[in-house]
Design a binder for this molecule. Structure first.
Ligand code: NI
Ligand code: MN
Length: 224
């Protein structure tokens, strides 16, 4: 499976299906038509252009209801649940964060914030969404054994590098890709120390991607 970081929390997974997670695309436009869109929570930097894309969209009940009202074929789910869409498994995991849906100046409760474990072509990707560190990340490891963990590290709105080092250990995925940093000045981070410390003290590998960069990921995080 090919994984592309489009910046912030937005990732494109290309395998037997094309999946776009959190379609807020800070730089440039989208070159591919995704088959499925997954939205972790309602904040504008995650919901992004989900309504405009109008693809099959996986989201928490409240966000799915909002999208359906805009004509998007949204699949509703909630924390702890698993659904299969076009052969791709989506498990919605907890995230420790808030959620608020803004629409044309008005705002309303957007349901809970979440993360996803997405299984496609035998590869399990954990996208943590926006979250603080929480010790039940160990349950995500025990239950789903992710091959790759996409973890927010920017601080301010989510955990920072110090907490994310512990998150990486809790989740236990052999490959960690940091996200949700450097998009705005308040979440600017230097991740060299984060990468060095994790790789020195664990068998986990950290891939620091640039927006637009792709890597091949497979079972156990390796190329495949
Ligand atoms: Ni958020
Ligand atoms: Mn965010």
């Amino acid at each position: 499976m090919r994984l592309t970081w489009l910046g912030h929390a937005c990732f494109l997974l290309s395998g037997s299906r094309t999946i776009l997670i959190d379609p807020f695309i800070p730089e440039g436009s989208l070159a591919v038509e995704p088959d499925i869109v997954a939205v972790t929570h309602a904040h504008a930097d995650h919901l992004g252009i989900a309504a405009e894309l109008s693809k099959k969209t996986v989201a928490v009940n409240e966000v799915a209801k909002y999208l359906r009202a805009k004509g998007v074929p949204a699949e509703a789910m909630n924390l702890g649940g698993t659904i299969t869409v076009d052969g791709v498994r989506f498990t919605m995991t907890p995230a420790l964060h808030s959620s608020w849906l803004e629409d044309e100046g008005a705002g309303f409760y957007g349901g809970v914030a979440a993360g996803f474990v997405i299984t496609m072509d035998g590869v399990r990707i954990y996208h943590a969404g926006d979250t603080a560190l929480f010790s039940d990340m160990q349950l995500i490891r025990d239950l789903y054994r992710p091959d790759v963990a996409l973890l927010p590290v920017g601080g301010c709105f989510t955990m920072g590098p110090e907490e994310a080092m512990i998150a990486a250990r809790y989740v236990g995925a052999p490959l960690v890709i940091p996200m949700h940093y450097d998009t705005f000045p308040v979440i600017r981070q230097n991740l060299e120390e984060f990468k060095r410390t994790i790789e020195r003290t664990t068998s986990i590998r950290v891939a620091l991607l640039s927006p637009g960069e792709s890597i091949e990921v497979g079972p156990e995080g390796g190329a495949g």
